[in-house]
Each structure stands twice: as C-alpha cells, then as structure tokens.
Ligand binder design. Structure first.
Ligand SMILES: [Zn+2]
Length: 248
C-alpha cells in the first residue's frame, strides 16, 4: 500500500468481498452460500495467518467448528452469520494492515479472529433493553448484565466443548485459559452500553500506548472490537487515532 492510498481503496484491492466468495462452486450442508463462508474463514484467515500449524488445529476440526458456529446463527435482522463474517473479515484486514500478528502475537490474533466469528452467536433478534424489560430467559440468567453478549460467549464455549469442534483442543491448559479469558473480554466488549466507557478509557492511554502493557493491549483490542462491531468501516474513519496507534 502506498502512503497516499486511502485505507479502503487498499482494502478493496487486496481483499475480496463477501459476495466474491459466493462465486465458489463448493456446496454442502445448510446451503452453498453458508459453506462458502466457512470455507473462506478456514482458508483466508486461520490458514493464511498460519494459526492452524501454530496451535495444532486439524483442518477437519476447524471445518466442524465453523459449520457448527454457522448453524448457531439465527435468521434475524442484521445479527446473522454474514454479519459475523464481515466483522471477521475486517479484523483479518486489520491484522495484516496493522501488523498485529507481530505486535500482539499469534495467541491474541487467534483470540481476535475466533471472537469475531462467535460474537453474535444465537442472537435472538431483540436487543438487551428488550431482554431486560421483558425479563427474558437471558436477562434472568445473567442478572441484566450484558445478557446477550454473555449468551453469545456461552454458546461459543458450548460449541468448543464438543471435542470434534474444539479448535483449541491441542493447546496447553495455560493457553486455553488465556484464550477463554480473551474471548470473554472481546465478546462482552461488544455490548453497546459499554462502548463509551471503553473508548474513553482507551483515549486516556492513546498518547503513551505500549504494546508490551497488557492493560493497554486489552483496551486497544476492546476498542478495536468496538470499532468493527459498531459500524465496521465508518467508525474506522471517525476514530482516526485508532489506526494511527496500531500502524505507528
Ligand atoms: Zn455484531
């Protein structure tokens, strides 16, 4: 990318869009369209970033995991598998564009990608305010505290508990603990009610941001996650300091 090329122009030149992937003729299971997304995640993200070999994940396990995740997304407005796909694609672009694999390490990149794929699992189509006001099962279960995000996270780890879907089954206990902690942190950060709090905390440390400081990285990752899940591309431009931090 040249220094004068707008990020989005570079992005579109380097990466295919979701609809490009629909041209694939591979088909199976739920629908051809859905399978292609799984296939794309598998090939373009985990494999491309070398995560399978680094964490001993078998390709078949990844395939089962992605298909299972796929089936756990409901046909509701917006929070469908295609949305998770787009968020993951954006993260994948950020990882490459901002050199996050070198700056954060493989484990954090694995956490980020997997959190993106799982962040809206089994979304019922109604927001947290509705859940709380209607005293739904989710609100009662999680005491009105980010009921949806807690549910998405819980479903993610329920899927991962299935041996044939557990893409982390060959990592050490210590790495698994970090993965679980990281994914919970990322997915809970997608609660819109927490956006202002996380972003204002992040703004306070922007000037002295340090990739070696775990608290800084967590805030940066949380803000980055918000950046994508809130409005994907547009917020990228609005919070102009965020990419500068990562690119600097
Ligand atoms: Zn989302």
């Amino acid at each position: 990318m040249s220094s004068t090329e707008p990020v989005m122009v570079w992005w579109r030149r380097k990466h295919k869009s979701y609809y490009d992937y629909l041209l694939s003729t591979v088909g199976c299971g739920k629908s051809r369209k859905y399978y292609c997304c799984c296939n794309t995640c598998e090939r373009e993200r985990y494999t491309d970033l070398g995560l399978l070999s680094k964490f001993g994940t078998e390709i078949e396990v990844l395939r089962y995991f992605l298909c299972r995740v796929n089936h756990c997304y409901n046909q509701v407005p917006f929070h469908i598998f295609e949305h998770a796909f787009c968020v993951t694609q954006m993260m994948y672009g950020m990882v490459w564009r901002c050199g996050l694999q070198e700056r954060l390490g493989d484990l954090d990149v694995l956490i980020l990608l997997t959190s993106c794929i799982c962040h809206d699992l089994d979304h019922p189509g109604f927001n947290n305010i509705y859940q709380i006001n209607a005293k739904t099962e989710f609100a009662l279960q999680y005491n009105d505290i980010s009921p949806l995000e807690n549910h998405h996270c819980s479903v993610a780890f329920t899927v991962l508990e299935q041996h044939e879907c557990n893409i982390f089954r060959n990592v050490s206990a210590e790495d698994y603990r970090k993965i679980r902690e990281g994914m919970i942190c990322c997915i809970l950060a997608t609660d819109m009610a927490r956006h202002n709090e996380i972003l204002s905390d992040f703004k306070e440390i922007i000037e002295e941001f340090d990739f070696k400081n775990r608290a800084h990285v967590n805030l940066g990752v949380g803000s980055g996650f918000i950046t994508q899940s809130a409005a994907r591309f547009m917020i990228w431009r609005i919070h102009s300091k965020l990419p500068q931090i990562f690119i600097a």
